[in-house]
Design a protein around this ligand. Structure first.
Ligand code: ADP
Ligand code: ZN
Length: 298
């Protein structure tokens, strides 16, 4: 079957066509401007592709509560043109196919669970460290949504004593994202993260904050594996530092066979940048399956 996949991001919209084997046949990137400009371009891409369903992994916050009047909307985003925007409804009306919807990072978690390094796992955490920090949690084989969706990038963690930087989050100052996302690194050290490879102190502090958060997620979710992605993780020196610090912070308290091998417990995303778009394919498949189930009930 042919499925449509949309990775809706703050800077670009990645549109793709894939199938149930996780194969991508075609892909196009469209810059994210305002909905009036961007949405017709995306629609045009999908219109003649004869897709069975569309999956959308979307920047947030978004409304995922199926009982809500605004289910399928982008809600209180800082991107004002997209605030309270019915992104799912737009496609459902015009393409007349089932539409699956989740956060971009939940999409990445789903992609890894379907075709990547979380295949066969019931419990895993995906963390993206880029312009923001996002967390997707697979728990008991299902994506964790709660009342809305996880906002694990905004957990509050103590600022380290030797770090004078106040934090960049407009809501919380020194939350995880405010301390450790790309813009915070740039503001603290005065250069973009990719220009700081040669500064060990940058990555030691970054690893500290990420390890702090990961340790907390391990304590709460008890994942079988933790996957890290996003632009900042391109810094190859970061992962070994994080593994070392997580092991230290856990303090030997949790004894599992997974934690004995940190190199396979804490891993980089395995789908070569396609985890988000593949997750959107998976969302489309799930939406199609749900719609067929509904038809059978009637
Ligand atoms: P986004 O989060 O905007 O979807 P990315 O995951 O690519 O996109 O993250 C962008 C952030 O990652 C920026 O802050 C950028 O400076 C940083 N970044 C991109 N490439 C690198 C790199 N090679 N090393 C360190 N930081 C990087
Ligand atoms: Zn915050």
């Amino acid at each position: 079957m042919t499925y449509g996949a949309l990775e809706a991001g703050g800077t670009k919209m990645v549109c793709a066509i894939g199938n149930e084997h996780g194969e991508i046949f075609d892909q196009r990137s469209i810059p994210t401007q305002d909905p009036e400009t961007t949405m017709p371009q995306i629609l045009e891409y999908f219109q003649d592709k004869e897709i069975e369903a569309l999956g959308i992994g979307c920047f947030g916050p978004i409304d995922l509560n199926r009982n809500s009047k605004t289910y399928g909307y982008i809600t209180t985003t800082a991107k004002l043109a997209w605030r309270n925007y019915n992104i799912c409804g737009y496609f459902r009306e015009r393409l007349r196919v089932p539409v699956g919807f989740d956060t971009d990072v939940n999409g990445s978690m789903l992609g890894e669970a379907a075709w990547g390094c979380a295949q066969g796992l019931q419990d895993a955490v995906y963390i993206t460290v880029g312009t923001g920090i996002g967390i997707g949690v697979l728990s008991g084989g299902q994506m964790l949504h709660g009342m809305q969706h996880s906002e694990g990038g905004h957990i509050l963690i103590p600022r380290r004593e030797d770090d004078p930087y106040a934090g960049k989050c407009p809501y919380h100052g020194a939350c995880l994202e405010g301390l450790a996302a790309g813009p915070a690194i740039e503001a603290r050290w005065g250069a973009k993260a990719d220009k700081l490879s040669e500064c060990p102190q940058v990555w030691e502090l970054e690893a500290h904050y990420l390890a702090y958060a990961i340790t907390n997620f391990i304590m709460i979710v008890s994942p079988q594996r933790v996957i890290l992605g996003g632009g900042i993780m391109h810094q190859q020196q970061l992962m070994p530092l994080i593994r070392h610090k997580v092991a230290q912070m856990l303090g030997g308290y949790i004894k599992t066979k997974e934690l004995e091998d940190m190199d396979s417990y804490l891993v980089l995303s395995s789908l070569h940048g396609n985890q988000g778009i593949l997750g959107a394919v998976r969302l489309a498949m799930d939406a199609k399956r749900r719609s067929m189930g509904k038809e059978q009930e009637q």
